[in-house]
Design a protein around this ligand. Sequence first.
Ligand code: ADP
Length: 331
Amino acid sequence: ERLVDAEVEPEDKAIEAALRPKALDDFVGQKRVRQQLSLVLEASKLRGKSADHVLLSGPPGLGKTTLAMIIAEEMGSPLRISSGPAIQHSGDLAAILSSLTPGEVLFLDEIHRMSRPAEEMLYMAMEDFRVDIVVGKGAGATSIPLELPSFTLVGATTRAGLLPGPLRDRFGFTGHLEFYDVDELELVLRRSAGLLDLKITTEGFHEIASRSRGTPRIANRLLRRVRDWALVHSVDDIDARAAATALDMYEVDSKGLDRLDRSVLESLIHKFGGGPVGLSTLAIAVGEETETVETVAEPYLVREGLMGRTPRGRVALPSAWVHLDLEPPES
Ligand code: ADP
């Protein structure tokens, strides 16, 4: 329900499908990953073979699914989509692998959440394009080898560190996606506004981009809210003021903090003099679960340099006072 949550929400699905760039050249930012991927794809075309397996890592909403779709598109291959949590038994994976057509691209989202037996089956499939299917149980069990067509696996993970070494090693290419800077998000928004037929000024784009937490998914979501606001208020040309008014109304502030983020900072400053204070005490003061403060608010506050973590607890950093229009303490 949080507007600034980077995870995909059901209401995002249809519009995201409409806004997804379909070619590598339309994919904004991530220059290094784009260049390297382009090389991988070009080489596979020249060799006339499936591209190497690709691992994409990085936080949610930065374009991993989009890149998988682009890879399939650029290779002229069909795309099959599944995810780690959907593959709990090796049989689930065997069913997918054995139904692939030659050259198909298989996208496995959240690949770090696959079960161990499935993971082991995947090693062999990635390396030798075959799997051993075990039939029966106990002493009577036999394994039947099954040849697979060649395919390209595109794995996505938010936690590259959680992937076992043997799995990581079987990818020919690993791309790490970084948060986008404001200029890049402006380009994402410009493209989306074009597709949605919205008129927005340069400063308007800048205002929305600055509040998008480095994440295209959030940028596109905020854009939709601004569009709704403009429609209701009969505003045709969206400038910085219109964008700011709309997003203030949705309680997303100039740095993209929402109400929870701000209340964490305010508690830290007003109730604990800026800290240090233990996480659970801070959570009680905010009226939230410890886990919510730790997993939902803290990562972005730390990333933005508003809050710090010390061995003695959480502290507000000087930019937190500045952001809340307060005078930072002397020391
Ligand atoms: P992930 O799989 O990493 O969670 P997605 O690929 O689903 O993220 O991207 C979320 C949304 O953001 C999509 O609608 C996509 O159109 C948009 N998006 C992500 N990265 C880019 C980009 N580099 N350029 C343009 N749009 C992007």
